[in-house]
Every structure is written in C-alpha cells, then in structure tokens.
Design a protein around this ligand. Structure first.
Ligand code: GDP
Length: 472
C-alpha cells in the first residue's frame, strides 16, 4: 500500500505577491512574486537599465531597473533590483521574481498595486511555503520548521529548526513509516511462510516484537516534549523570595531599566511583572513575583501560592534572600519547602550584601557557599549572577540531545499513533483476527502519514499554513 501525496489537492499556479520583509523601519524591503506568470507580470511593470525584458535572461540572475506604472511607463515608482529565478529550481518550484526596493510603505503599496493590475494577487499567509510543499519541494515537517525557524526564541531552537528543515525529523518519521509498512506486509502476507501449526505463535511473536519496536521509537521521538518548549519559547526565569528582599530591584538591574516599582513599603509588587530580554542568543522571560509576605503574624497564603505557581512553571528560580535580616521560623519553613521542591532550578541569591548581617547565614538547610552574594541596589555581583544564569541555561540545553523540536500538531499525532499501536498490542493478547489487525494498522498508517503531509486534506493544510505570516 502506498500513499500518493496530495494528488487530490489543488496546486494554484496563479501569480501571488507579498512583502517578505517586516514592515517598518529599514532601508530595503523585499517583495516576492511567484507563479506561472511571475516573470511576464514583472515585464509589464518594469524597465531594466539593460533595455531588455527580464524574461529573456537566464535563470538565477540579478538585474537593475525601475518599477513603473503599468498605464504610463514614464511614471517611475522605484529603482530596484530584480532577482530572477525560473522554475523548477526555486523555493516553490514555480517561477519566482524577488524585488528588492526601498523600504517605504507608499512604494511597497504601489509595487503591489501595479503587480495586481498586471495579473497577480496578494498571497495568503504561508502560501509560498504551502506551494513548496504541494510541489514536493519540502514535506510538511520541513514546511512547519520554516515557521519555527522564523519564530525561534533561542539559538538552540534556531539550530534545531534548521536541522529539521534539512530533514532531521522527517528521516525518523520516514523510518517509522517504513517499519509500519513492514509490519503490515507481515500481517497481510506473512501467513503463507509458516507451517500451519507454527503459524499463529510465530507470527504473533514477530508482530509483537515489531509493534514494540515502533512504540519505542514513537516514545523516543516525543520524549522531553515539555522541555522542548523551553527551547522554543525562551527560558522562564522567576525572581522569588520574601517581600522586601529586593526582588524588584534585582529584576530592574538585570533588565537594566526600571520596569518594576521599587519602594521599601512591603508588598509593592502586587502581581507578577514579566519582561523579556535577549542575551547571548536566547530570550530570557523574566518574572518578578508578588513576593512571600506576612500580615499581622499570618503568612499570606495567596502570595505563597502564587510564588509556588511561578516556581512550578519557571525553568530557573532566582530565590532571593535579604542578607541584612535574620529569617524567622515561618520564613525558614517556606523557603525550605521551595528548596525541597525545586532544588535543581534554584540559584540562591543573597541580596543587600552592603548591609549583610552575619546572623543570616546560620541556616542549616543551605550551604553558605551556595549563595551568590549581590547588591541589587548598588549593582554589585549582577554580572556574576548573569553568568550563573547562563550556565544553568546551557545545562538545560545540554539535556536536549535530539536534533529536532516537535510542535503541538506533530506531538499529538505521534501520541495518537502510539495509543493506537498500544491498542493493537492489547488485541493481540486477546487473539484478534489478522484481517482486523491489518485494518487497524492501515488506519494507523493513514494517520501517521498526516505528519509528513502524505495524507492530508485541504482543510488541515489551511489550518497549518494560516499560522504562518504573509510573505512566507
Ligand atoms: P521586593 O519587595 O523584594 O521586590 O523588594 P524591592 O526591590 O522593592 O526592595 C525593597 C527595599 O530594599 C527597597 O528600599 C530597595 O531600595 C532596597 N534594596 C534593594 N536591594 C538592595 C541592596 O542591595 N542594598 C540595600 N541596602 N537595599 C536594597
């Protein structure tokens, strides 16, 4: 059984145009036209300095010229460069012209308008990539990795998306697909290779072994999915600690600007404040939490709950202590609970080094040497702390051995297929007919083919590509 790829899906050849660079400040913008008439459309709206038509030139050449109004060739819209790429050696497999023009909103709109008058239409989100997929230039996993590549928040995510674009995940999926076909052929045709009496026992044994192997491979692919998200979305760092320990001051010192309000009235930071910063190739999502606090001798439960919630969802915790004050029993108990639960995520920060009280470090549950002593107010030790954060990030990243990152769609499909495989495994134990087993397995193969897009319908495709930005 083979799955012919998307033969039932329409490949649209109409020429589309979109701005591929983000709108906003910058010297140059890039517009992309692609489709059957891309080059002819550009011929209609351009005048090259060579005085020739773009269409007469060989593919993969660059030309200098002007975009002009289709009605009056004398009306110059912009001086531009044309990147001519004729089919089939293009991203989409269709004729493509990229126009690099000056980055002015009016110019961009005028070029798009002229192209539309000449026969193009505006591209839908992700339409270029969708065409690349439909023309068998890339599979669906690679198409999705282009989106991941653009949205990567960490250097590692970028590297993994790049490797995925080059087929790292597709190869694993292809291998499992082959295994599934292999298993199906054993179930469908294997019967005749066995003596009657051996038949059931031998086949069951082989099938079970193969099933197990495939389930294991699926498990491996989807392992660490939740951790994979940190790589994709950036590292979440929470500043947690007692009210007035200097969390907001520390938050501001790391951000190098005043984002959180700092006062010496307890409980200033009511809710969590989030800010992201880009450091050494990674996004740090920094959260300043409301803070643990005590009111009229009662330890406020809400603040504690919120701090624990933050601790739970964070990748790194800057557990902040005020070195100038001795902790009371209740404070010690709460800090101790946090440490017991999240030890591996914690960096112990001792703040207010300038007014340190020797009594402070007489805590039995933390080793003195574990503290990174700083003064958030006087910006002392901040760089060391940042290095420590960076070490922790590298430590988190080093645990991700796989060369790819799954998205939700891929993860859910793999999970479904794994469950269906386990279902068959159970049926074997209850002596199921081989015909029925083959039927279930065919269903699984069909579902699995949605991963690479070998078996996918228009609606699913639209859902996937709608997440892309226009111009991709
Ligand atoms: P939060 O409640 O933990 O967010 O604490 P804040 O950042 O609002 O700081 C509480 C008080 O401690 C403020 O008056 C800060 O100026 C002060 N503070 C913060 N860091 C230091 C420090 O390193 N040394 C000293 N002496 N005071 C600090």
């Amino acid at each position: 059984m083979t799955y012919k790829k998307k033969e039932f899906l329409n490949i649209d050849n109409q020429t589309i145009i979109a701005l591929c660079t983000p709108s906003g400040n910058g010297a140059i913008a890039m517009l992309r036209l692609c489709g059957d008439d891309a080059v002819e459309i550009v011929d209609k709206i351009s005048l090259l300095y060579s005085k020739k038509k773009l269409s007469v030139f060989p593919t993969h050449t660059i030309h200098y010229g002007r975009i002009v109004s289709i009605q009056s060739k004398k009306e110059i819209i912009d001086e531009v460069l044309f990147f001519l790429m004729k089919a089939p050696k293009t991203f989409t497999g269709q004729h493509t012209v990229e126009i690099s023009c000056h980055n002015n909103q009016y110019i961009i709109e005028q070029i798009i308008k002229q192209a539309i008058v000449a026969g193009a239409r505006i591209a839908h989100p992700g339409e270029f990539t969708k065409r690349a997929f439909l023309n068998n230039k890339i599979d669906l996993i690679q198409a999705e990795s282009i989106n991941d590549l653009i949205n990567a928040q960490t250097e590692l995510a970028l590297r993994k998306s790049m490797s995925q674009l080059q087929g790292s995940l597709s190869r694993h999926i292809e291998q499992i697909q082959q295994d599934l076909f292999g298993l199906l052929s054993i179930i469908e045709g294997g019967l005749e290779f066995f003596e009657e009496e051996q038949q059931d026992f031998e086949i069951d044994k082989i099938i079970r072994k193969k099933l197990n192997l495939i389930i294991q491979k699926l498990k491996n692919i989807k392992s660490n999915f939740s951790q994979q998200q940190q790589i994709k979305e950036g590292i979440k760092i929470a500043v947690i600690g007692w009210v007035n320990a200097g969390k907001s001051t520390l938050f501001n010192s790391i951000l190098k600007k005043n984002r959180a309000i700092v006062t010496d009235i307890e409980g200033t930071t009511r809710d969590s404040i989030e800010c992201s910063l880009y450091k050494n190739g990674n996004f740090w999502l920094l959260t300043d939490t409301a803070g643990l606090r005590q009111t009229k001798d009662l330890v406020e439960q809400e603040g504690i709950d919120r701090s624990f919630e933050q601790a739970e969802v964070s990748d790194i915790i800057l557990l902040t202590f005020d070195l100038s004050k001795k902790l009371n029993c209740k404070q010690i108990e709460i800090y101790r609970n946090l440490i017991n639960k999240y030890k591996n995520k914690i960096i112990f920060v001792g703040n207010k080094l300038d007014v340190e009280n020797d009594q402070f470090l007489l805590l039995d549950f933390i080793n003195k040497d574990q503290f990174l002593k700083i003064s958030a107010l006087h910006k002392k030790g901040i760089e060391l702390l940042e290095n420590e954060i960076e070490n922790k990030i590298q430590n988190i990243f080093s645990k991700h051995q796989s060369s790819y990152l799954l998205n939700k769609r891929q993860y859910n499909l793999i999970l479904q297929v794994e469950n269906q495989m386990k279902f068959i495994e159970k049926l074997i134990k209850n002596k199921i007919e081989y015909e029925l087993m083959a039927y279930y397995l065919r269903e699984i193969i069909e579902r699995f083919s949605e991963l690479t897009g070998r078996n996918i319908n228009e609606k699913m495709l639209d859902r996937i590509f709608n997440d892309f930005c226009i111009g991709k």
